[in-house]
Design a protein around this ligand. Structure first.
Ligand SMILES: Nc1ncnc2c1ncn2[C@@H]1O[C@H](COP(=O)(O)OP(=O)(O)OP(=O)(O)O)[C@@H](O)[C@H]1O
Length: 557
């Protein structure tokens, strides 16, 4: 064996080198994972209202979830995670002496020791202290509830349930289960919170309509609040029809026994006795009321807008029109009576007016009451109803929808001094109160909605507006909404818009909406104690307005 051969033998071959590298890597990973496991899991509070925390990456505490905090002196707190981020810190330096002869390395490689610095990743963030937990209460904290070292862990379902049940003087509306809790924790809305305006938004398919249905069902079951639903997609025409037990159970975590189902349905039928579904004559069944208004129910401005009359550009016609209306006995005139009066006015302007009506096709609208026929607006004045569902979705034209909606909103505002608590629910609200109205009818409905949003509360008029396009709603209305129900929303600009206008839910919680699944929501405002993450569950009534089934896409046999 010559010197050269001996050198080759002493040197590590590729396989041995790979093994050495592997061992070093394994040792590194072992120390790294030990370091990660040893990340402290602690919290401290310097103001008694909020806390800071650090925890291992593996601790499942999503933003919005509940945590239990126990201090060194055994004070227990319930907290909620508000922000969460990953920090990477430099850990200890790891050094390894290599007991290997220098000449075993291939040429150019020279190693007597290796060193490596561990890098430790951990969670850190902030939260709010929701209360001090004792055996019989969860009391608000004060600014003296400061602590330096406390352990932090996920809160158990029993504690979260206790918190969510809260001390309530008002009726509670169970709407589903809290998210991020191992076990059942029912989320209940405080019915008293509906004396504020409410904003519900989420992108298409997030479960808005289904969830709104649950809120309405619970309001019907548990309160006496009168409800008017402006329903542009015919989604709530089955609100008074309970589903069969199997279907009800399909949407519940705790299936109802036949007896419990009968009891619930019995109560629901009672609660919906005063529910009337108003539908266009073309589709109304015997049980439905006919969705019609009198021309005289509209304000003069609305009437002129329907005829597309401009007081200055069309001054002659406009003036004739006003005189015709003045000649009618009282406000309760029908469209037919107006047309009749125009036909009996033999002036040139009246003839122009008649032609205008004919050309606009106004006489063919389905929404006009015949002479003597009772109008939807008459019902608004009565007190023998509990809920009115207005199926404007089936009306023939967008203008007819707006006419009915305007007639209702204008009347409610005009009669506000009656002070009858009424929740006005408007689905697809961006069509009724847009930031930028597309036409005169929209401008009128926006104007009335802004008034109701600003001053309606003191007269008992509360809005519940639902939309998938929060950026399109008039800012002066959005800013008046004290309750928020946010479902899945992918658009960051919409979320930024919401957080700029609404202050009751921190932006970091709103941002969670991008991760929501079907039916999941964050609730904030007067109807919950603090922002609450939930999944809607427990729909009772039939959903209307379903999409056309995609059976055409089925695989061919
Ligand atoms: N919490 C839920 N549990 C079970 N099914 C749900 C839930 N929420 C919604 N769904 C179902 O998901 C589908 C879509 O829901 P929904 O119509 O309420 O969505 P949406 O946000 O109103 O959509 P769009 O704006 O397009 O009308 C429906 O078939 C509904 O039955």
């Amino acid at each position: 064996m010559n010197d050269h051969d001996r050198d080759d033998e002493n040197q590590l071959n590729e396989q041995q080198l790979e093994k050495l590298r592997g061992n070093l890597r394994a040792f590194h990973d072992y120390l790294q994972s030990r370091a990660a496991q040893n990340v402290a899991q602690f919290a401290y509070s310097i103001d008694g209202r909020t806390f800071h925390y650090e925890a291992p990456l593996t601790l499942p505490i999503p933003v919005g979830s509940y945590v239990q905090i126990v201090t060194d002196d055994d004070q227990h707190y319930l907290g909620q995670i508000i922000t969460k981020s990953v920090v990477k810190r430099e850990g200890a330096e790891l050094g390894l002496e290599l007991d290997i002869q220098r000449d075993v390395f291939p040429e150019g490689v020279n190693m007597s020791s290796v060193t490596d610095r561990l890098r430790v990743s951990a969670l850190e963030g902030t939260g709010v202290l929701l209360g001090t937990v004792t055996a019989d209460s969860i009391a608000p904290t004060s600014n003296t509830d400061t602590f330096q070292t406390a352990t932090l862990d996920r809160a158990d379902a029993a504690l979260v349930s206790r918190y969510l049940a809260g001390p309530r003087r008002n009726a509670s509306l169970p709407i589903g289960q809290a998210l991020y809790v191992d076990g059942d924790a029912t989320v209940r809305l405080d019915a008293g919170g509906f004396n504020r305006h409410t904003f519900l938004c989420g992108q298409s398919g997030s479960g808005k309509t289904f969830s709104l249905g649950i809120v309405l069902e619970q309001l019907l079951l548990e309160t006496d609040l009168r409800i008017i639903v402006v329903d542009p997609n015919s989604d709530f025409i089955g609100l008074d029809e309970p589903r069969p037990r199997e279907e009800v159970n399909h949407f519940r975590p705790d299936p109802l026994s036949p007896e419990a189902y009968d009891e619930l349905v019995g109560r629901y039928r009672e609660a919906t006795e005063g529910l009337h579904v108003y539908r266009p004559k073309t589709v109304a069944s015997e049980d439905d009321d006919v969705l019609r208004v009198r021309f005289g129910d509209l304000s003069r401005t609305e009437q002129g807008t329907v005829l597309e009359l401009d007081p200055l550009d069309d001054r002659e016609e406009f003036n004739t029109f006003w005189h015709v209306l003045d000649g009618l006995d009282d406000r309760e005139y029908s469209w037919d009576e107006v047309q009749d009066a125009i036909a009996h006015n033999f002036t040139a302007e009246a003839r122009q007016l008649g032609l205008r009506i004919e050309n606009l096709g106004l006489a063919d609208w389905d929404v006009w009451c015949s002479p003597g026929e009772s109008s939807l607006v008459d019902t608004l004045d009565r007190s023998d109803w509990r809920c009115l569902v207005l199926d404007v979705g089936t009306l023939g034209s967008a203008s007819e929808k707006m006419v009915v909606t305007n007639a209702v909103l204008t009347h409610l505002w005009r009669e506000r001094n009656r002070r009858r608590p009424t929740l006005v629910v408007v689905d697809e609200a961006h069509n009724i109160c847009p930031q930028e109205p597309a036409d005169e009818l929209q401008a009128i409905s926006t104007d009335t909605s802004v008034r109701i949003a600003a001053e309606g509360r003191k007269f008992g008029l509360y809005l519940l507006l639902s939309t998938q396009r929060p950026g399109k709603i008039h800012d002066n209305i959005l800013s008046q909404c004290d309750n928020l129900l946010l479902m899945r929303m992918n658009s960051q600009s919409d979320l930024d818009h919401l957080s700029a206008i609404l202050s009751h839910v921190p932006a970091s919680l709103l941002d969670e909406a991008t991760k929501f699944g079907l039916g999941e929501t964050v609730l904030g405002g007067k109807f919950v104690q603090n922002p609450t993450f939930a999944k809607f569950e427990g729909r009772i009534s039939v959903e209307g307005g379903s999409d056309v089934p995609s059976t055409w896409a089925k695989r061919r046999e």
